[in-house]
Design a protein around this ligand. Sequence first.
Ligand code: ASP
Length: 335
Amino acid sequence: MMQRRVLVLYAGGTVGMAPSDEGYRPMTGFAEVLRRQFAAGAGLPDWAVVEMAEPIDSANLRPAHWQAIAAELVKRWEAWDGFVVLHGTDTMAWTASALSFMLLGTDKPVILTGAQIPLAQARSDAPANLQGALALAADPRIREVALYFGGRLLRGNRSRKVHADRFAAFDSPNCAPLAEAGIGITVHHDRLLPPAARDFALPAFERAAVAVLTIHPGLSAHAVEALLGDPAVRGLVLCSYGVGNAPDADGELLTVLGAAIARGVVVVNITQCVTGRVAQGSYATGAALARVGVVAGGDLTLEAAFAKLHVLIARGLTAAETRAAFGRALCGESG
Ligand code: ASP
């Protein structure tokens, strides 16, 4: 069998950082360091590495970076069998989600990974994460955007960063891992996405098109009105209680939400709970949201709901089209 070829794209993150007076910062020339450390032939696929023009600490990520990362992959799509994106852990789940909606129907593995300790430091988790990601990016049965970290492959748009300082920093609370690494790597083929028609879109993102609002005791209609008063906001992810509940005793709050929806803001409802899903009809407090036109977000993660709304809006869909598309699972993000 021909040796498979994997392209590594370094977008930034701890994996390639070096210490500075103010703490870790992305280093320049990380690609060269990587080439030296992981020479070809050591049981790895053939691979090469390219760097984004400006590798970032992913805390600085904006939606425009999603488009830039996707563009680097798409322009090299035909030349490689799979892709690894080295990314900071802070917003890796957000980027994995966004890439999944931009690269709908991907026919190749796109595996995001990074590290909690830089490659150049003692006890770094970068070698294990990178080697696992390279192996998985060479597997032709994987046709989706996924995240490999701490020995597990997770669906990208189901993943969340759940630990600030552990090596097993990620989980996908509503979706079983796609693969697990021990001495060998076990891929759960029955959990992988089936082949689908390619429908890539790399739209230009409006930085502030989507806002996030966490329902909390005492939340005022006034605060919500101020958030939704920004004309740039065209979508809102509402993080509600339990199975999708919000205070229905606050008529003003519901009026503000209803007015925003009436003027074309798409409001979606996800749960603050770590696992489980929104069912807006279970309680009167959830039914009230449905009545004013809030779209139930099922078991979507915050990151997936946010990225899905962003991509649908950036693709130029109307509010009605966005609402309809949001309700459909596009690439395994809900179930
Ligand atoms: N702040 C870093 C980043 O997200 C953290 C990491 O990579 O682990 O870029």
